[in-house]
Design a protein around this ligand. Structure first.
Ligand code: B12
Ligand code: SF4
Length: 415
């Protein structure tokens, strides 16, 4: 059976350098399919989609709200050609009813252990409009190594620099932060994968640089310590969401190759200042993720926050405008207050204001968002700072003998 698996294009944030990471949802989904399924994968962010008919079933994987309208367009076009279309991924779970209008079947939730039935229904011409597994979580031991072999790896490097490969060691999140839909999707119970399976997957990835995309690694101290200890011999270099701010765990993370972490920064407190200091003392870089436009932010507050970020010497900052994504606590609150301006999902990119801010106009918040990027990075933009972080990883790799120089051919950089 031939399956065309598509990851639709989404609008990138103009302040971000134009690089692409290999998608993770589609390769994890691919790992849930029987080997008899022949997969033709297209990531429309890095290559053009050709509407060919040489497939039995079209599967569309969407992660972001701003990506799903393009998914619907693709589905409509394929269905007009007489092809059956199956949707899945995070955004399909967040926009289920709308997506059902463009699909023969929508799958919500996690796919491990569920695809045999869906494929059997397809073969019997009996696809159900909805396969709802949203809050029925599979055993994490069923998660197999992602099918990275379906990716065209040459498309995921940036000016000759090897980008990261994505991997995850757990699902679910114990926390319930106001802007986040992850508890709705993955549940509020931390669900780690068996560590030996994670290590086996890491060993099999032909890339020394990884992005561990788990929601937060700071969910279970014992598990986190065991994971980092098991990772030390691999000598991988990795980026992740927060790790626990605990001296022993931070030491282990550094030893296990932690290169930099994403750290949400909401205020200018000493708690944040000291947390960043402890990471940097261990050679771990920090990319702050900063949401602008919360109800306590006015123009002055945002200026003070940006000054603080420069003062604590963050390596990178990612500024987004608060966005009421579906199934988040903040959306529920704003709906009640009548502050959501529209549901034009293509504009839910995280870099434009789609709600009425409490202490500013919409235009002022957009202006302050740009102010934050320009002031923090100056004329070199994020590219210059990213270059520095990549130099730091190259130095770490040279120090432990894992550095591989990129190859070059006549046309330019290869890998
Ligand atoms: C990795 C990640 C990224 C990476 C993506 C890299 C890449 N190329 O894929 C990067 C860093 C680029 C990114 C960016 C952003 N992200 Co992000 N990201 C994530 C994260 C942490 C993990 C996603 C993931 O890989 N999960 C693991 C995989 C295995 O799970 P999965 O995709 O659900 O796949 C399973 C099933 O869904 C199913 N499945 C998948 N595909 C298919 C297809 C079919 C046909 C079927 C049947 C099943 C199926 O099978 C898989 C195995 O069970 C999620 C949070 C989360 N925990 O999910 C946020 C998340 C998706 N991101 C989010 C956001 C907000 C963003 C940003 C907008 C802003 C930001 N700063 O966070 C930016 C995008 C800005 C822009 N416009 O450019 C939100 C989404 C909000 C929304 N509704 O759009 C999330 C949910 C986090 C949150 N805080 O709420 N992100
Ligand atoms: S923002 Fe991170 S820590 Fe908070 S609920 Fe979402 S995934 Fe969990």
């Amino acid at each position: 059976m031939k399956l065309k698996l598509i990851y639709p294009k989404w609008p990138k944030m103009p302040n971000q350098p134009e690089f692409h990471l290999p998608p993770h949802g589609p390769v994890c989904f691919a790992a849930t399919l029987p080997e008899t399924v022949e997969i033709d994968f297209i990531d429309e962010n890095v290559e053009p989609l050709v509407f060919d008919e040489g497939c039995d079933l079209v599967a569309i994987s969407c992660m972001l709200t701003c990506q799903i309208p393009r998914g619907w367009e693709i589905a409509d076009q394929y269905r007009a050609l007489g092809k059956k279309v199956l949707f899945g991924g995070i955004a399909a779970s967040l926009h289920t009813e709308e997506t059902m209008q463009h699909a023969d079947a929508v799958f919500t939730g996690e796919a491990e252990g569920r695809m045999e039935q869906v494929l059997a229904d397809f073969r019997n011409d009996d696809l159900k409009p909805l396969y709802d597994f949203l809050h029925d979580f599979p055993d994490t031991a069923l998660i197999k190594p992602a099918r990275r072999d379906i990716l065209n790896r040459d498309l995921y490097n940036y000016r000759g620099v090897q980008m990261v490969d994505l991997v995850h060691a757990s699902r679910g999140c114990r926390f319930k932060c106001f802007p986040c839909c992850t508890p709705y999707l993955g549940g509020c119970r931390f669900r780690p994968r068996p560590i030996d399976q994670v290590i086996e997957e890491l060993e099999g990835i032909d890339n020394n640089r990884l992005f561990i995309v788990d929601n937060s690694l700071a969910q279970d101290d014992q598990w986190e310590k065991e994971l980092f200890k098991a990772m030390i011999p691999l000598k991988k270099k990795w980026v992740s969401h927060p790790i626990k701010d605990d001296p022993e765990i931070l030491d282990l993370a550094a030893e296990a190759g932690c290169w930099y972490v994403y750290q949400a920064i909401f205020d200018t407190s000493d708690v944040i200042r000291n947390r960043i200091k402890r990471l940097k003392e261990r050679g771990i870089g920090v990319e702050g993720t900063i949401i602008l436009g919360t109800d306590d932010h006015d123009e002055d507050g945002i200026k003070r926050l940006v000054d603080f970020l420069m003062d604590i010497d963050l390596d990178l900052a990612e500024f987004t405008v608060m966005t009421p994504f579906p199934h988040t606590p903040i959306r529920e609150q704003m709906k009640k207050e009548g502050r959501i301006l529209h549901n034009d999902w293509r504009k839910y990119t995280g870099d434009r204001t789609v709600f009425k801010p409490a202490k500013m106009s919409v235009e002022k918040l957009d202006e302050m968002h740009q102010y934050a990027w320009d002031t923090f990075y100056g004329p070199g933009g994020k590219e210059l700072q990213m270059g520095k972080l990549y130099m730091s990883v190259i130095q770490k790799e040279i120090a432990d003998g894992t550095y591989k120089r990129p190859e070059r051919d006549r046309k330019g950089w290869k890998k």
